[in-house]
Design a binder for this molecule. Sequence first.
Ligand code: HXC
Length: 510
Amino acid sequence: MDDILNELEARRAAARLGGGEARIQAQHARGKLTARERIELLLDEGSFEEFDMFVTHRATEFGMQRDRPAGDGVVTGWGTINGRLVYVFSQDFTVFGGSLSETHAQKICKIMDMAMRNGAPVIGINDSGGARIQEGVASLAGYAEVFQRNVLASGVIPQISLIMGPCAGGAVYSPAMTDFILMVKDTSYMFVTGPEVVRTVTNEVVTAEELGGALTHTRKSSVADAAFENDVEAISEARRLFDFLPLSNRSGVPTRPFHDDPARVEPSLDTLIPQNANTPYDMRELIQKVADEGDVYEIQAEFAKNILTGFIRLEGATVGVVANQPMHLAGCLDIDASRKAARFVRFCDAFEIPILTLVDVPGFLPGTQQEYNGIIKHGAKLLFAYAEATVPKVTVITRKAYGGAYDVMASKHLRGDVNYAWPTAEIAVMGAKGAVEILYRAERGDPEAIARRTRDYESRFANPFVAAERGFIDEVIQPRSTRRRVARAFAMLRNKKLENPWKKHDNIPL
Ligand code: HXC
């Protein structure tokens, strides 16, 4: 018996060594953790249960039959994060560069299938040289099996990708189809074709970091949701994100004990809006003051800064927040902001996360750049996302809600459940200046007349009461009591039932 036990331990020890000490050291020398160290940090202590530790590849070409390391370059299994079930795979760069073989893919597929059956998220840690070159089409087939599962799992269980090394070629499309991508600065990159190919085809000279590093993807392409300094920070932030997410589309949002009075009053909010309607203020302050314990998990903080998206908790339960940010581009909606917020709204709706919308929007950004690049289609994405969402929707207009953007931002007309406005709200087709210039074009030469007309327009329309008279605003609320009003509204909506007509799927303007 002892012999058998010893053999098991010896086999386990060999498997845990992956590609061997030298390669582990090389991994560390680059500032990267190993596949197993990452899992250790990600999961609750002692909670990891590994699958398929002894799986080996079946390739025979290129002398591969002589090199069959246990585990085949990926560590898979399940465990918990703060006590909640999660499935993980972590590619092991020390084994054939973490490259994906047929059996490597099968291991990933196995835990994805289990996650779907048992209703829990998958976190994938990517650190791979791509398709296992020695396996050819068998590897490509393996990728496609993973892709297919990513798609079927989308909207059923949350999928999070941590990019912690290379992720190139078609391999990028698996993370691309997951809900959130977190990257590590300087040690991770994602691109469809690498710098060498780019140079040959387009004559552009670019480094891997410039082409597909964490800053590129969080600031320019918006492929990734956040960038972190190192593996440890990325993993601890992944745990924090996970805590906000439901286990599946049927589980409901997680709730946890809270130590923050839902009726907390914030007198400072009464002066958040500056006297001058064109002076910016930081919408983040409102989000923080509404949130339980001021805790906010921002998504895509570095991209399209004119709109904020993220998660907070109210009475311990997760709520998604979308908010115009007057600090950037006056909080207008442009292509990037519309795409960013639309994707976030759809994530929330798919997973039954209620949505709080904070509105201060002067309209859509004008210009040829925007029109040529399709603001019509991209703006429609956000409109579409809000209109199809059936989750509880609570909206607070703090200041401007002009034109089409008023309609888009979870207005009453798009089935907003509770629509509040601060007394400082201005709900109108456009700002006073623009309106008067159009309505009283003939008086343009008379500044006094124009000023009078502007004052008149402002007193008639630059307030929330015209909308409130029609019931488009349910109540004009004191800024200081926003947290209480919003928390009570979501509590009232807890058992909301709303279904869209049956369809195979919609045709959102992609
Ligand atoms: C097999 C691979 C491999 C691969 C790396 N290795 N990539 N083995 N298949 N795709 C092995 C190396 O032989 C080496 O083995 C070890 O992993 C580490 O690789 P190094 O090159 O020494 O590391 P580094 O200098 O850090 O470079 C990493 C790298 C580079 C940039 C990822 O290895 C590389 O360019 N690899 C090839 C990438 C690639 O072209 N993949 C196919 C892309 S096409 P030893 O034994 O020396 O440690 C693709 C299509 C997917 O992925 C399609 C999906 C639809």
